[in-house]
Design a protein around this ligand. Structure first.
Ligand SMILES: Nc1ncnc2c1ncn2[C@@H]1O[C@H](COP(=O)(O)OP(=O)(O)O)[C@@H](O)[C@H]1O
Ligand SMILES: [Mg+2]
Length: 396
């Protein structure tokens, strides 16, 4: 094998790193912490074998975990194939995993208050102005319209625009007797949006700037730790542009997050976008796809104009080895929808951008399927807690 090929292969440590992003939704912790990921082998030909032991072999979440392991490990550069060897935790290991999960859930309170059954999608970009916020709110609105409960975290602290784009106002309220923030809610179609933004905490953008340095760099952390999110199906995070501290912080706090990168068709935009993706990867986040925004403008006569160039999205996707979810054309409905607080995707029969955004939403649902807890009513953690209690008694 050539040295260059070896250099491309991930280490076992890298594999275990990405496995920390695989959460057992029932136990609410990642499979490495829980001792369910028992080891990995990286073969010369790029085949990675992973040993995963489940609480019960008939675990209804097996498909979910399988998909997650496959996509995350398969996303590592150099991996050609992923093979999972399934096993079952012994009674004792199961008890240990439960104890760990229980411990995490209590004292060592997990770093975030995001439900373990929530899929987290970071919408990132190399630079500002590419339409990241517009894409975020449209995807959120469309997902909610389809009947889901969707959280939107506006992590662009200084450049927040989500409240205006979604037409949501009002201060965030707290939970009585608890230091918790309750997101602002908005019914949308059959679903609900839960939104948190710096814009709900300050009166004017100037105030946000004044706060700078005092609490702002901790604001996102608060948003993740101290927000009482509901049982969200998805949490979309509108990231600040680039690769700063906020990005690193979120990546560390939410190892289960997946990233979608928004770029313009300009080839020059590709380099900065690639940097964002590699920041994600070095934090073991999965890059789930690329969205190209401000693609060709099509006039009513059907002539198209590549105002911002063409091909950038596909090129970036190819470079990252991930799918291009779609291309959103330049369309005034996106801008006016954003100004009026009514995302373009919600307007019936609206233009080409809305159509593209709906297709992209379906892509998201396919690439990052929502967790289906049906059949998981066994309340495994409680059952195991009882088992553990009796174990402790009988062994003493
Ligand atoms: N596909 C599009 N067609 C037309 N205007 C768009 C499109 N996408 C974004 N815009 C406009 O471009 C500007 C920047 O978009 P925004 O979503 O705020 O970018 P970012 O969050 O990346 O800084 C906004 O005024 C927005 O309305
Ligand atoms: Mg923005």
């Amino acid at each position: 094998m050539s040295d260059t090929l070896a250099a491309l292969l991930p280490s076992v440590e890298d594999v275990m790193g990405v496995l920390r992003g695989v959460i057992d939704p029932e136990l609410g912790s990642d499979i490495v912490t829980l001792g369910m990921a028992r080891g990995a082998t990286v073969n010369h030909d790029g085949l990675v074998e992973v040993k995963v032991a489940l609480t019960t072999s008939g675990c209804p979440l097996r498909a979910q975990i399988q998909r997650d392991v496959r996509s995350r490990v398969g996303n590592l550069p150099g991996v050609t194939k992923v093979k999972i060897h399934w096993g079952e935790l012994t009674q004792q290991e199961k008890a240990a995993a439960m104890a760990k999960a229980r411990f995490n859930a209590s004292q060592n309170a997990p770093d975030t208050a995001v439900p373990a059954t929530t899929k987290v999608v970071m919408v990132a970009s190399g630079k500002g102005g590419v339409g990241k916020s517009s894409i975020t709110v449209n995807l959120a609105a469309e997902l909610a319209r389809r009947g889901m409960r969707i959280g939107v975290l506006d992590a662009d602290i200084w450049g927040y625009s989500v409240p205006r784009m979604l037409g949501i106002e009002g201060r965030l309220s707290g939970v009585e007797g608890e230091k918790k923030i309750v997101p602002n809610e908005k019914q949308m179609g059959d679903g609900v949006l839960e939104v948190v933004s710096m814009g709900f905490l300050v009166d004017k953008e100037e105030t946000a700037l004044m706060w700078r340095g005092l609490i702002l760099n901790r604001a996102v952390q608060h948003f993740l730790e101290d927000v009482r999110w509901g049982q969200l199906d998805y949490l979309l995070i509108d990231m600040p542009p680039g690769t700063g501290d906020v990005q690193m912080g979120i990546a560390k706090m939410l190892p289960q997050a997946e990233m979608v990168v928004v770029t313009t068709p300009a080839r020059s935009a590709q380099k900065v976008a690639t940097r964002v993706a590699s920041m994600g990867r070095s934090n073991y986040l999965r890059i789930a796809g690329v969205i190209e925004n401000m693609s060709e403008f099509v006039d009513p006569q059907g002539n198209s104009y590549a105002i911002f160039g063409s091909g950038g999205g596909q090129e970036l996707a190819d470079e990252l080895g991930v799918p291009l979810w779609g291309q959103v054309p330049i369309d005034s409905s996106v801008a006016t929808g954003g100004d009026e607080g009514s995302p373009a995707v919600l307007e019936p029969g609206s233009g080409p951008a809305a159509a593209a955004l709906r297709v992209i939403t379906s892509c998201l649902l396919e690439e990052i399927p929502k967790i289906d807890m049906a059949g998981c009513t066994a309340r495994i953690l409680e059952a195991a807690n009882e088992a553990l209690a009796s174990l402790t008694i009988s062994s003493s």
